[in-house]
Design a protein around this ligand. Structure first.
Ligand code: IVH
Length: 670
């Protein structure tokens, strides 16, 4: 090793230690000591050294948190010991039974309990070999789980390297829970709403769905976190109690449950569960109960386990919180696509930490099935869902004055008749000119994920549509300053700002326009795919179902919806008005475009690439339609040259073949 590398290695080791330390301070201890800017500087320096000296890269480097190519499927890993669950209890009596059972199994022993919150997330096992995170595994069927190591590495609070200080165990297997915080969940759903994507029902589904993703780059954008609460294998360290274990997990660098209660007996544990219940909304994550664990670890083997669960711990599950209130009315909302949704208007009632006054009723069939009548006393439940639902009616409270709800046969907003489409439960208003639909449409058009027109919020859209100034998106581009300034709560200055934002939106990319049009089944992602395959709006408008279905990720339903949209004279007119207004309807130049893609291009790779293996590079080329050959010929389009290239580079120069360095190659494929 020459001096330069020696110095770089020392510096890289130092930077890794520093970054890991600050990572822990920020994500686990919540006590950051340096600014984001200083942290980024350390990170960039390390990334730079690793790029310059690929031989110094190591899997536990903080730069490796978001690594690896998308997988096609997860590998399976066998658990070293079965990953058991807990048996559930729902009452104090069952907890007393649990205590009696334990005392029978180990008579004469003095035991105490630890009560912890039961986090509503996804169970995981982490394996560390020589102190380095080697695998992250899901529960699977309890015996074998999915290898989700690359996804786990993206979770910043999980150490890639165990902290030393205490004798560091050679091999360690810990178990815990990956979760999404309530805040993170709300933000993610908000972003998904703005981007026209389906929402997650609750934080647990969001965490589970994120861990199942095959591309770690997307997982890295999900606000996941993890706490660890159990250990399977622990060498060198003797822990007699669970409380010590919690401490030791912290020493090793893990996040642990934020609060636990040490209880001398089961009665104290029951009291602790009451305390936990009272503060259940104060945790940053959803909890669905408490876990009661025997504190004395040396008793665990004597207590043993059943096929499904360990006998030294039990879960105490909270019933989903419910509240009873009066159903004041049922209103009907008209969605962007014209679907009529009944909404329960409730007498405001506190539930799970917030006051609720509306609940979803899904559709007419559900109202009939549950026999929900206006004026009824109803039971509402949230159970981790975003929008509460009516679970049942308290029929004993009926007075006879309740009214059966009849679903409107005409749209409550435009009065046009509603219809039920084939194979659908929902009723729809098919009138494209319905003000309710127009309002939603304009809201969607202007939203951050679509045309991103700053300042065009709900209230303003409401006024623009109600005043008749706007009945389709093209009218936005015809608005004048006096028209806007004349609206309620608007003045000259705000009118100017809005006009400025509308003007800026003319420069948006094609996919945003496609998405903003509100074509059924076309979300932001499909719109991006379409932009990559069409030169502009004109070619997209002329396309047919077959061509569309040949595009990866565009299925028959989406294809049909697109062609149907563009068949409508009304919609074609709208496009031409938008074009006249100055919107740019051509695809932006990007390497992924079919026109400028890698179809028909042949590559030869020589030398070592620093960011990927040659196999990975070949995969990328093939995925974009290009070919990879082993020898250079005059027909070769590009030779990609990494460090220490061989004779192929010389040959390429002789034959006048274009040579790309790694950076140029990455630009082409990414
Ligand atoms: S202890 C060997 N503690 O709840 C480890 N589990 O319904 C036994 N859970 O499978 C589990 N919070 O996924 C334990 N503080 C906590 C927990 C917890 C959530 C999950 C875990 C378990 C499930 C049982």
């Amino acid at each position: 090793m020459n001096n330069n590398i020696e110095n770089s290695k020392e510096r890289a080791d130092y930077l890794r230690r520093e970054i890991n330390k600050h990572n822990h301070l920020y994500y686990v201890a919540a006590r950051p000591e340096i600014s984001d800017r200083d942290y980024d500087a350390l990170y960039q320096e390390l990334a730079g050294i690793e790029k310059q000296h690929p031989e110094l890269a190591s899997p536990d480097s903080p730069t490796m948190r978001v690594g690896g190519e998308p997988l096609t499927e997860f590998k399976h890993i066998k658990h070293s010991t079965p990953m058991l669950s807990l048996s559930n209890t729902y009452s104090k009596e069952e907890l007393i039974d649990f205590d009696t059972r334990i005392k029978k199994l180990i008579p004469g022993k003095i035991i105490s309990y630890i009560v912890e919150p039961k986090i509503d997330g996804v169970a995981i096992t982490l394996r560390y070999e020589n102190g380095i995170l080697a695998a992250g595994i899901t529960r699977g069927d309890g015996k074998t789980g999915d290898d989700i190591t690359n996804n786990i590495k993206t979770i910043r609070s999980i150490p890639l390297q165990l902290h030393s200080g205490m004798p560091r165990p050679e091999n360690l297997e810990v178990r815990g829970e990956v979760y999404m915080s309530k805040k993170g969940f709300t933000k993610l759903n908000q972003e998904r709403h703005e981007a026209g994507l389906e929402l997650f029902a609750n934080p647990r589904n969001a965490a589970a769905g994120s861990l199942k993703l095959l591309d770690p780059k997307i997982v890295a954008q999900r606000p996941l976190d993890a706490v660890l609460y159990a250990v399977i294998e622990l060498e060198n360290i003797n822990l007699t109690t669970h409380e010590q274990l919690i401490n030791e997990l912290q020493n090793l660098g893990f996040k642990t449950v934020p609060k636990h209660w040490k209880c001398a007996d089961i009665h104290a544990a029951i009291e602790a569960l009451d305390n936990l219940h009272n503060m259940r909304h104060d945790f940053p994550f959803e909890i669905d109960g408490g876990v009661i664990k025997v504190n004395e670890r040396e008793l665990y083997s004597a207590l043993g386990s059943t096929a499904k669960s360990s006998r030294w711990a039990v879960a105490y599950k909270y019933e989903p919180e419910q509240a009873e209130t009066t159903l004041l009315d049922i209103t009907v909302q008209v969605g962007r696509t014209g679907v009529l949704t009944p909404v329960a208007e409730l007498e405001p009632v506190p539930l799970e930490g917030s006051v609720i006054s509306r609940a979803t009723l899904h559709n007419a069939d559900e109202i009939k099935r549950k026999d929900i009548r206006i004026g009824d006393r109803v039971i509402v439940e949230k159970a981790g869902q975003v929008i509460p639902a009516i679970t049942k009616v308290n029929t004993t409270a009926r007075t006879g004055k309740e009214k059966i709800f009849s679903f409107p046969t005409s749209c409550p907003v435009c009065r046009e008749p509603v219809s039920r489409h084939e194979n659908e439960v929902a009723l729809r208003c098919d009138n494209m000119q319905c003000p309710a639909q127009i309002k939603r449409w304009i809201n969607h058009f202007a939203s951050r994920g679509a045309m991103n027109i700053d300042g065009l919020g709900d209230a303003l859209v409401e006024q623009l549509v109600a005043s008749g100034l706007v009945s389709d998106p093209s009218h936005l581009y015809k608005l004048t300053k006096p028209q806007i300034a004349g609206l309620e709560r608007m003045g000259e200055k705000s009118a100017e700002n809005l006009l400025q934002s509308i003007e800026s939106s003319k420069k948006r990319e094609l996919w945003r326009i496609i998405f903003a049009l509100g074509i059924r089944h076309v979300g932001a992602k499909s719109a991006q795919t379409l932009e990559q395959h069409f030169a502009g709006m004109d070619t997209l408008m002329q396309t047919n179902n077959d061509t569309l279905q040949n595009i990866p990720d565009i299925g028959p339903v989406v294809a049909e919806s697109i062609t149907r949209f563009f068949q409508s004279e009304h919609n074609r007119k709208l496009i031409s008005l938008l074009k006249e207004a100055g919107l740019q309807m051509t695809a932006s130049e990007q390497p992924g475009n079919i026109n400028s893609g890698l179809t028909g291009k042949s590559f030869v790779i020589t030398g070592t690439l620093s960011t990927m293996s040659r196999d990975e590079a070949s995969d990328k080329i093939r995925r974009l339609g290009g070919k990879v050959n082993s020898s250079v010929s005059p027909k070769t389009t590009f030779v990609v040259a990494g460090s220490d290239p061989g004779s192929k580079l010389t040959k390429a120069r002789e034959m006048n073949v274009t040579v790309l360095n790694e950076e140029e190659f990455l630009k082409l494929v990414e």
